[in-house]
Each structure stands twice: as structure tokens, then as C-alpha cells.
Design a protein. Structure first.
Length: 213
């Protein structure tokens, strides 16, 4: 619906029900990302069911829904850095899954598979690398926003590598980063500390050093 038509419809609704409130039911970016991650889990399960012989055809409907969500979110210019990083991490994970499914389907079509097999999780070495991101912090105790972005990047990097983050709640991480920042500033005689995160060879690479720029 065009924006003008949408506005006219809302105006008509207010005239019909003057005391009613027109609520915007459009999901937020965080809600869309959470739904996308849920749909990716569902898609993997449905492909597992198909490869085990319990479904007659691949779950192309769910696959199409996931790819449509990726395209819609990729065009959203309002995303924060943490949200964009999460989307890129989900994209890398989805690319690895798609390649695994493609090879398994190709093997079936060429008759190399003698019986339905459940695809295994791609080894870490097959995961696409995630570009290094950096965060500069002068006082982690008060610069909570920077620490939150650093935490979000680390969590998504760990999830990309199938590493658990259950033992790393944000308060614990914040305390750790505050102590690390204070210690490095003292020992390296610097005013700021640069933290960087990347996924290399299927492993999370987390570094901290003096920011001399």
C-alpha cells in the first residue's frame, strides 16, 4: 500500500473511532532479527527431517521466507552497529548451511548417497571468516554503550563458532572489561584501550591492546 493511501486509511479509522488509538504493529529490527534466527533454526530442522527421509520435498517455503527476511533487513538503514553485526553473523552462518545442503542434495541427485543421511554441522574450518571489528574505550566503567556493543559482537562471534555464552552474562563481562581496561592503561601508560574481535579459522579471536592512534 502506498504511504499516502496508508495515511488516509488511518485517518478514516480515527474518524470512525475518535477515541481509539491506531497502533503501529510493525515489528522492530530486534524482533525481526529474533524471528529470522528462529526461522533459521526451524529451516535446519526441516532440512534434517527431509534428509532423514521423513519429508517428501525440501522446505523451500521456509527457505524463501528466510531469504526474504535477509533481503528486507539488509535494506534497513536504521540498524545499529550491533544489529548489523548480528545480521552479518547470521548471514555467514546461513551461507555455510546453504552450501552444506547444496552438496547433500547434489550427492542425492548423482546417486552418491546410498541411504538418507542427516547432514552434519559444517566444521569450523568451513565457516566464513567474520571481519575484525574494533572498539576503543577510555573508561569501561562509565562507557557502558561501548561495552554493550563489544559484548554483542563477542556473543555473535561465539555463536557463529557454536560456542556457548551461557557462562558469560553481561554484568560479568562488563566487570571483566573494566578491570582489563584499567590494568592495560596502567601497565602500558595509555589513555585508551582498543578491543578487537574476529572469527578466524573457525575460532573467536579477541584482542586488547593500547590505542596509540
Amino acid at each position: 500500500m502506498a504511504i499516502r493511501d496508508n495515511n488516509l486509511a488511518r485517518a478514516a479509522q480515527r474518524r470512525t473511532k475518535p477515541n481509539s488509538v491506531v497502533r503501529d504493529t510493525t515489528p522492530t529490527v530486534d524482533q525481526q532479527l529474533a524471528r529470522l534466527e528462529d526461522d533459521m533454526r526451524r529451516l535446519k530442522i526441516e532440512f534434517d527431517v527431509f534428509f532423514n527421509g521423513a519429508a517428501k520435498k525440501p522446505p523451500y517455503d521456509t527457505k524463501g521466507r528466510v531469504e526474504t527476511a535477509f533481503k528486507r533487513l539488509a535494506d534497513d538503514r536504521s540498524m545499529t552497529f550491533a544489529q548489523r553485526y548480528l545480521l552479518n553473523s547470521l548471514g555467514a552462518r546461513y551461507t555455510a548451511f546453504k552450501e552444506l545442503w547444496r552438496r547433500t542434495l547434489q550427492g542425492r541427485e548423482e546417486g552418491r548417497l546410498q541411504r538418507p543421511q542427516r547432514p552434519k554441522i559444517a566444521p569450523h574450518a568451513e565457516l566464513e571468516p567474520v571481519a575484525r571489528v574494533t572498539f576503543v574505550c577510555a573508561d569501561a566503567q562509565t562507557d557502558v554503550e561501548t561495552v554493550k556493543n563489544l559484548y554483542a559482537a563477542l556473543v555473535e562471534a561465539k555463536r557463529t563458532c557454536n560456542e556457548s555464552v551461557d557462562d558469560l552474562p553481561f554484568p560479568k563481562f562488563h566487570h571483566m572489561i573494566a578491570n582489563k581496561t584499567r590494568s592495560l592503561k596502567q601497565h602500558l601508560s595509555c589513555d585508551r584501550v582498543k578491543f578487537s574481535i574476529a572469527v578466524e579459522n573457525g575460532q573467536v579471536n579477541f584482542k586488547a591492546k593500547a590505542d596509540l592512534d
